[in-house]
Design a binder for this molecule. Sequence first.
Ligand code: BTN
Length: 249
Amino acid sequence: MTPAPVRLLEETDSTNAEARRLAEAGESGPLWVVARRQTAGRGRRGREWIDRTGNLSATLLTTMRRPPAEAAQLTFVAALAAAELVDAFVPPSLVTIKWPNDILLAGDKVAGILIESGAHANGSLWLAVGIGVNLARAPSGTDRPATALADHLRGDVTAVPTLEIATAILARTFAVWMERWENLGFQPVLDAWAARAPGLDGPAVARLGHETVSGRAEGVDPDGALRLRLTDGALRLISAGDVFFGETV
Ligand code: BTN
């Protein structure tokens, strides 16, 4: 298990955009692109990702050696790796995962993941796994409450990690989970992920583009889709959207 090398930039628009440019120029990775500052950080569903000084913005550019249908499983690998980075500095019992890939700390968002992809000239699939972690400061004005590592440090932790330290830990935790996925398959990854994702078997409301549906979550499918049993009994597989667990409409 060797962590991928890191390219640290002082400033870029978005580490995901930078990874895309590198992929389009023929770079296949694996390579971490990390920036001290992003001027146009991107979030899921077209949202902005607000970068505050001292936070981590990192993207792993990698080329998929598996069938494209399995690419979604990388989300789970990324979520576990990011959660373990957070675990290193706060009481791990406070760290949970919210489907599909938000990391929560004491119930508030501390990290987010955005995976983008494209095809290399030879047809293989590249993936840009972007991970933003609020190490030092939570952004303000977000639609759901956000927090930062700095607000929950364990007693034995004396300081918020530097960008270099946080990157090194993330690169290592990611490499460990990637190796487990490659050697043991998806099930152990899914089991570890589910153990940290409360609310997957209770009431849930999903806000999808133009509709809001509610019912009972029934875990996730092997491709990562959330299984939502609607109030009329039908099963709906949700692969993208904002889901609120423990809520009803
Ligand atoms: C989300 O929760 O909406 C996903 C946020 C992803 C943010 C990270 S920061 C590093 C990488 N570069 C980006 O522009 N976005 C991702």
